[in-house]
Design a protein around this ligand. Structure first.
Ligand code: SF4
Length: 374
């Protein structure tokens, strides 16, 4: 099955009832993921959850480690905490003028039940991203999803909303629908929407545009919202590391730069991460990124460590892979990659890697799309 056909099959999860978009969501109940989620936060009606993005911001999580609550007047400690975990709270903080940073530690999440990749370390049970209606999955409209979000906001402070997956861009119009619905409810100044993508769907979105399945200028309309940013996941940073990190056709590696270009060109605020970085090709990868997106690529692209925790175990056992050895390799590659990033940023800018927030850094498309996306 070719690339477009595969994705188009998964898009059976996206239907219209009248004019209303309906998307198939994964049910967490009874999954390996549920065990991990509920170690910290209860599920909400089986399909939704609140994730602690920054454990260092959370008093209960700190207490478990015998740490005092974080001093939010200490910028270095606060930014250091995000550097070691995620910096998404800062993306929201830079846009939501009246919400204190410490209130942005959590995010409301749902998961589209479809993905086109097969990352061995994926946090989602395989059955919950197979694109098939089953395992107690259910179609929801965006209005219904935001109703659940609003219900949860009555119980706790929550300002981040994350349509996740699976691969959320298989139903990319959900981003605009969410932003419009929040605006309609006058929540756009107090709720930040974080998109996610595995950067493998750029040409598929072209296909949907050409077919007339997406409204005109969909991406530009999304970009016009100030309360939106996208976590863009590069899986590995070379053809081989992409294949190892995704189990997908290695040629799809080129799609990652093409997909990022498409989002950046439309004006969407993109935050690239490299998961599972491969040290020997990292510098070349960063050079290539800077050729395409300008020098900002160096400062705006972060590498992230990966931790195996549950759903992958059965997958690894079936393949005869030892999870401990796999984790050791990930850790080693990450440590070496961090040193490479530190050297690169120090040589170029005379400062430490991840020393500053990356919210103000703009990516711009400098190169035209090549035949192979790079
Ligand atoms: S891109 Fe990879 S990690 Fe993300 S949902 Fe798909 S298989 Fe899982």
């Amino acid at each position: 099955m070719d690339y477009i056909e595969h994705l188009y099959n998964l898009r059976k999860n996206v239907v219209k009832k009248g004019n209303e978009l309906q998307i198939l969501l994964a049910n967490f109940s009874g999954t390996e993921q549920q065990k991990d989620i509920e170690a910290r936060t209860p599920l909400i009606n089986d399909f939704f959850r609140v994730k602690i993005n920054i454990k260092a911001f959370d008093d209960k999580e700190r207490a478990k480690k015998n740490l005092e609550p974080l001093d939010f007047h200490n910028n270095e400690a606060v930014f250091g905490a995000m550097r070691d975990e995620f910096d998404m709270p800062y993306w929201a903080f830079s846009k939501l003028k009246n919400v204190p940073l410490k209130e942005l530690k959590n995010t409301f999440i749902y998961q589209l039940k479809a993905c086109n990749l097969y990352c061995p370390w994926c946090y989602v049970d395989d059955t919950n991203k197979n694109g098939k209606d089953g395992n107690n999955s259910r179609f929801f409209s965006i209005t219904e999803i935001i109703d659940f979000f609003e219900e949860e906001r009555k119980k706790q402070k929550i300002y981040n909303f994350r349509p996740s997956g699976g691969e959320p861009t298989i139903a990319i119009e959900q981003w605009l629908n969410v932003l419009q619905e929040l605006e309609k409810r006058k929540l756009n100044r107090e709720v930040y929407v974080q998109g996610d993508t595995n950067l493998s769907t750029g040409h598929f979105i072209d296909f949907l545009e050409q077919k007339g399945e997406l409204e005109n200028n969909l991406l530009e309309q999304i970009a016009s919202y100030n309360n939106f940013g996208v976590l863009c996941s590069f899986k590995g940073n070379s053809t081989v590391s992409f294949w190892e990190a995704t189990g997908a056709n290695p040629e799809l590696h080129q799609e990652q730069f093409y997909s990022l270009k498409k989002l950046v060109k439309a004006g969407i605020d993109c935050y690239p991460f490299v998961y599972s970085p491969e040290p020997s090709s990292l510098e070349r990868f960063m050079e290539k990124g800077a050729r395409i997106f300008g020098e900002g690529f160096y400062l705006k692209t972060w590498i992230l460590p990966l931790k195996l925790y549950g759903p992958e175990k059965a997958r690894f056992e079936a393949k005869g892979t030892n999870p401990e050895l796999y984790q050791q390799r990930l850790d080693k590659n990450f440590r070496e990659s961090e040193e490479i990033m530190q050297d690169l940023i120090w040589k170029k800018y005379g400062m430490n890697y991840k020393a500053n927030p990356r919210t103000g850094i703009k990516l711009e498309v400098k190169e035209q799309a090549g035949k192979n996306g790079g």
